[in-house]
Design a protein around this ligand. Structure first.
Ligand SMILES: [Zn+2]
Length: 342
C-alpha cells in the first residue's frame, strides 16, 4: 500500500514538472497520463491489490491524482494556445465588430401601413409597369391629347418611342385592372410615379402614390367617405378631423379633395398647413362614366369610386419630414431615425 502511494506522489511530481511548447506536446501528456493505456488507468488497476480497509483512502488519492492531471492538461493547452494567438497577432478576447442592422425606408414603412389598412377592408394589391403608353396613362383616364389637365402632369418620354412615357400617376394600374377584370373590382395600387418638375423641398421628379378603386353595383359617395374615414383614423388616430372640398379631376365626377387636421401643429398653424390648420392628403371621387365605358363596363349598371394619395405626404405628416429630397438622398443620419418604426 505504501509503495503505491509513494509511486503516485512521484507521478504527480513528474507531471507537475511537465511543460508543453505546442499542441503535440500537450497531447503527449494526455496520452501518457490520461490515455486508455496511461498512468492513471494503471494506477486505478492497482485497486484490486489494495487491502479492503485501505480501499477508501486509496480511492480518494486516485481521484485527486485524476483531477490534478486533468487540470495540468488544461493548463498546458491554454499556455500554448495563448502563445499561438499572441504570435498570430490576433486577440480573441477583443469584442467583435458590431453588425449594423439596416432599417426600412420611411416610404416603405408608410406604404406597407397604407396597404395593410386597405387590405383589411378587402382591397387586393395590384401593380403595373413604370413605363406606360399614352392610352393607359392619359387617354383611358379621360385625358384626351388636347386636355388642359395634361399640362399639370408633364412627364418624361422615351427617346426610341415617343408614345412611351414614365407614368404620372398610378391610375394607369387602375386602367390595366379594368382592362382585364370584371366588376366587382376592389384594388389598391401603390407605386412610383414621375413628373417633369424642378426638384425642391416641396416637389420632386418622382414620388410615390397609392390609389384605390372600387367598382360594383350601387357603390355610392357615402361608401367612399366611410372608407376614407376609416383609413385616416387607422393611419393617424381617432382624434383626427376630416373635411372634404369639391374639386376637379378628369377621371372622376363628382370629385373631392380630402383634408385632415394638421398633425404637425394640431391645428395651431404652421408652415406645412400654411397656417390654416388643414392639410390636403388625397383626391377622390366617383369614377367618370367615360372611364368605365372605355373598358366596356356598363356605366348604367355599375358605379365606382377612386382615390389617390401621395405616400410622401402621409409620411411627412406621420414622421414630420419637412423636405421631400430627404427621402432620396440616402443619408444614413436620416434613415436610421426610422429604426424600429412600424
Ligand atoms: Zn400645421
Amino acid at each position: 500500500m505504501d509503495n503505491i502511494l509513494t509511486q503516485i506522489a512521484q507521478y504527480k511530481q513528474e507531471a507537475s514538472a511537465f511543460t508543453a511548447a505546442n499542441a503535440e506536446a500537450a497531447e503527449n501528456f494526455r496520452i501518457k497520463y490520461l490515455g486508455t493505456k496511461g498512468i492513471l488507468k494503471s494506477v486505478m488497476g492497482e485497486m484490486k491489490n489494495v487491502p479492503n480497509e485501505n480501499k477508501k483512502q486509496f480511492g480518494q488519492t486516485v481521484n485527486e491524482l485524476k483531477s490534478f492531471l486533468e487540470r495540468k492538461h488544461a493548463e498546458l493547452k491554454a499556455a500554448f494556445e495563448s502563445r499561438e494567438t499572441a504570435s498570430s497577432g490576433m486577440d480573441l478576447s477583443l469584442p467583435g465588430d458590431p453588425v449594423s442592422v439596416g432599417t426600412r425606408h420611411p416610404l416603405t414603412i408608410t406604404r406597407n401601413r397604407i396597404v395593410s389598412i386597405f387590405k383589411r377592408l378587402g382591397f387586393a394589391l395590384a401593380e403595373g409597369p413604370d413605363i406606360e403608353d399614352d392610352w393607359h396613362n392619359f387617354g383611358a383616364m379621360n385625358l384626351p391629347e388636347d386636355h388642359p389637365a395634361r399640362d399639370m402632369q408633364d412627364t418624361f418620354y422615351i427617346n426610341q418611342n415617343p408614345s412611351w412615357l414614365l407614368r404620372t400617376h398610378t391610375s394607369s394600374v387602375q386602367a390595366r385592372v379594368m382592362e382585364t377584370q370584371k366588376p366587382p373590382i376592389r384594388v389598391i395600387c401603390p407605386g412610383r410615379v414621375y413628373r417633369n418638375e424642378t426638384i425642391s423641398a416641396r416637389a420632386h421628379c418622382f414620388f410615390h402614390q397609392v390609389e384605390g378603386l372600387y367598382i360594383d353595383e350601387n357603390v355610392s359617395f357615402a361608401d367612399l367617405k366611410q372608407t376614407l374615414y376609416f383609413f385616416v383614423k387607422e393611419m393617424f388616430g381617432n382624434d383626427v378631423k376630416v373635411r372634404f372640398r369639391p374639386s376637379y379631376f378628369p377621371f372622376t365626377e363628382p370629385s373631392a379633395e380630402m383634408d385632415i387636421s394638421c398633425r404637425i401643429c394640431e391645428g395651431e398653424g404652421c408652415n406645412v398647413c400654411k397656417h390654416t390648420g388643414w392639410v390636403e392628403i388625397l383626391g377622390s371621387g366617383m369614377v367618370h362614366p367615360n372611364v368605365l365605358e372605355n373598358f366596356g363596363i356598363d356605366s348604367n349598371k355599375y358605379t365606382g369610386y377612386a382615390f389617390g394619395m401621395g405616400i410622401e405626404r402621409i409620411a411627412q405628416l406621420k414622421y414630420r419630414v419637412n423636405d421631400l429630397r430627404l427621402y432620396s438622398q440616402n443619408d444614413v443620419r436620416f434613415l436610421k431615425q426610422f429604426t424600429g418604426a412600424l
